[in-house]
Write a protein that binds this ligand. Structure first.
Ligand code: G3I
Length: 627
């Protein structure tokens, strides 16, 4: 769990937690040990932003907070900087527009002139004060008769949606200080005749503070949900416990009976996070009881049990040689994308063990993305990438950098900068990031996902401001920093025939005609188990090789489709591995993640290891193929 909440940038504002300060809540300031420093609140973006400086440098993290062994873990020197959410917050202007439009899902083949969609009559946006109880009766109607069903999309904390057994349901919610602002609540009505015919109706609830703050009840704080985890006996376990108080204050957390040698320590940067660290010495369920205590009324508490499943060391081993040894014999590399800060997860130690045993190339899944690593002009967050680089060095792994230039995860400051200045910010970014990792990262996804499905260049802030030349400029800047690095264009949905792959090949032709440095193409390959375009994949690999380029399978995962089995999934992995091995220019295969536990497509179990780090049939298929 990467703690994530709004914190002002160190160079711009004092480092304080943002919370709602009301009479009932003690809104504490951050206990960050570092003093805030000032900087220009209105930087001139027509010139270069400041390069990384000494106060961006990560500092050592106390071992109490991580599971790492054998490599040094650092942390950011100050509070985490804001990473822009992709969806903007709702505003009063949105609220004033009235009830948002409903979204209708019409199943294929349904004739809407015969069967009309259900709807909600008489709903409107709601204004409510924190502490008041809001009740809304939902009664869907169907113009064709019949009684539609309904379900809420996601209930807010403390909310309920209760059946009145007369075709209606009542949404009941008492918002508190933490809910102040505009909240969206959606209920979906389901057609009585066709369960796939649905209408989702959002409604906005504006929660404001009352004049009399004492009218807001103080509720007991809770512990944020902790997902189940499997760990290895005698490994260190860290569990980040996060207290939540809907009144907006920060609860404290204490242990009822801490096991011998265990520690429970407040995180130095995040006041509501307490890190429990212990080493389970026997298999079974390891549990610790904790109390979450309200910071205003210390008699208000919630008791919770925190547990992990402890397996024996043997449970994590399997037959056959590790993939990296087999791959080395076949002259390719095999790897994965590393979960950011895996050493802060309960199962971080077994994660590191399996990764080091099996893989010799690793990509940071998220920590190099521009809005994370350079979220504000002249401010940088390097610790997560530095730590992965240290882990890779410890385990003799190549690091594959991802991504330098992408249309997504662009920080607000770049999006808001004048179009004419973006080339400067792009080349500054490439130069600074590649220079920092010059000796550690030898392969780079310089341009990520430049193509649209139709084979044209994808619209982006980069394309808008520089036209197609942004791609050549980015590649040339990367080459200027590093004559040796392998420079890639990385793309998805190019493992089949079609305009997207053709468009990419035309782009490569244009780049090569201008002698732009480019060493290879990254094939992402986020697939489903029904994937069967193996001939096209072989041909696309050959087309890339014919242009003198290398092929990297950069983000492979095979999501389970419908009723497909783990064997179907294994079969897809096997065939892809075979195609790579048959193509001399195919240099590496990397899965997008290590275990299904942390896959970005976790619900489809797409990877080689399951949630308890057991090798799946797909693992053995890859192993056999490499043999
Ligand atoms: O870091 C915060 C975390 O603190 C917070 O708890 C959480 C709550 O939602 O959000 C976290 O950030 C998320 C981050 O993943 C880490 O989990 C971002 O919201 C989320 O947008 C981000 O998603 C990543 C996505 O790229 C967008 O950058 C996925 O993990 C990552 O797997 C995915 O990877 C991309 C490749 O870079 C490019 N190719 C496609 C691939 C899959 O989309």
């Amino acid at each position: 769990m990467e703690p994530f909440y709004s914190v002002a940038a160190r160079r711009i504002l004092p480092a304080t937690l943002i919370c709602i300060s009301v009479a009932l809540t003690a809104c504490n300031s951050s206990n960050s040990s570092e003093p805030a420093t000032g900087t220009d609140p209105d930087p001139d973006l027509s010139v270069s932003t400041p390069a990384p400086a000494a106060d961006d440098e990560p500092i050592l993290e106390d071992a109490l907070f991580n599971t790492a062994s054998g490599f040094v873990v650092t942390r950011e020197p100050g509070p985490r900087l804001v990473v822009a959410e992709e969806a903007a917050d709702l505003t009063d202007a949105d609220f004033d527009l009235g009830l948002p439009a409903a979204v209708v899902q019409v199943p294929d083949g349904l004739d809407t002139s015969v069967n009309q969609a259900p709807f909600f009559a008489n709903l409107q946006n709601q204004d409510v004060l924190a502490g008041e109880i809001l009740e809304i009766v939902y009664r869907p109607e169907d113009p064709d008769g019949g009684l539609p069903g309904m379900f809420p999309e996601k209930l807010p904390q403390g909310g309920s949606f209760v059946d009145n057994f007369d075709g209606s349901k009542t949404f009941r919610w008492q918002p508190l200080q933490a809910d102040v602002g505009i909240n969206r609540f959606t209920v979906t009505a389901v057609d009585a005749e066709n369960g796939q015919y649905r209408v989702s109706q959002p409604l906005l609830i504006r929660v404001s503070l009352p004049a009399d703050l004492t009218s807001i009840p103080n509720v007991a704080p809770e512990l944020d949900t902790i997902e189940p985890h499997y760990v290895r006996v005698n490994d260190p376990v860290v569990i980040e416990l996060k207290g939540i108080d809907l009144n907006g204050s920060i609860p404290s957390i204490e242990a009822v009976d801490l096991p011998v040698g265990a520690t429970l320590t407040q995180d130095p940067r995040f006041e509501e996070i307490y890190v429990l660290k212990f080493v389970p010495v026997e298999t079974g369920l390891a549990s610790v009881d904790v109390i979450v205590r309200d910071s205003v009324d210390s008699s208000l508490t919630t008791e919770e049990t925190v547990s992990v499943s402890v397996l024996s060391a043997d449970d994590f081993e399997h037959t056959g040689q590790p993939l990296r040894e087999l791959a080395a014999n076949r002259n390719i590399q095999i790897g994965f994308a590393a979960l950011q800060s895996f050493y802060h997860r309960p199962d971080g130690a077994i994660y590191a063990h399996v990764a080091a045993r099996e893989y010799d190339i690793v990509t940071p899944e998220n920590s190099l993305k521009m809005d994370y690593i350079n979220p504000e002009p002249g401010r940088y967050q390097f610790a997560a990438t530095d730590n992965l680089v240290a882990f890779a060095r410890q385990n003799d792994m190549t690091v594959h950098g991802h991504p330098l230039i992408w249309y997504r995860q662009v920080p607000d400051w770049v999006l808001n900068a004048e179009a004419g200045s973006r080339e400067l910010h792009m080349t500054d970014f490439i130069t600074r990031i590649m220079s920092r990792y010059q000796n550690d990262i030898s392969i780079w996804d310089v341009v990520n996902e430049p193509m649209d499905d139709n084979g044209e260049l994808r619209d982006s802030v980069w394309l808008e401001s520089m036209g197609e030349s942004y791609i050549a400029t980015a590649l040339q800047s990367a080459r200027d920093v590093s004559p040796q690095a392998t420079l890639l264009i990385n793309e998805f949905d190019i493992s089949m025939a079609g305009p997207k792959f053709d468009g990419l090949m035309s782009l490569v032709d244009r780049l090569q005609a201008q002698s732009v440095p480019l060493d290879g193409i990254g094939f992402q390959m986020h697939l489903f188990s029904s994937y069967d375009q193996f001939d096209a994949l072989r041909q696309n690999f050959a087309a890339v090789a014919d242009k003198g380029l290398d092929i990297y399978i950069t983000e492979l995962d095979v999501s389970l489709d419908g009723d497909d089995s783990l064997e179907d999934q294994a079969s897809a992995y096997r065939q892809i591995m075979e195609i790579c091995l048959q193509q001399p220019n195919c240099k590496a295969v990397q899965t997008w993640g290590l275990t299904d536990q942390y896959s970005f497509r976790t619900i489809y179990d797409p990877l080689l290891f399951d949630r308890s780090y057991q090798a799946k049939p797909a693992y053995f298929a890859v192993q056999e193929t490499l043999q």
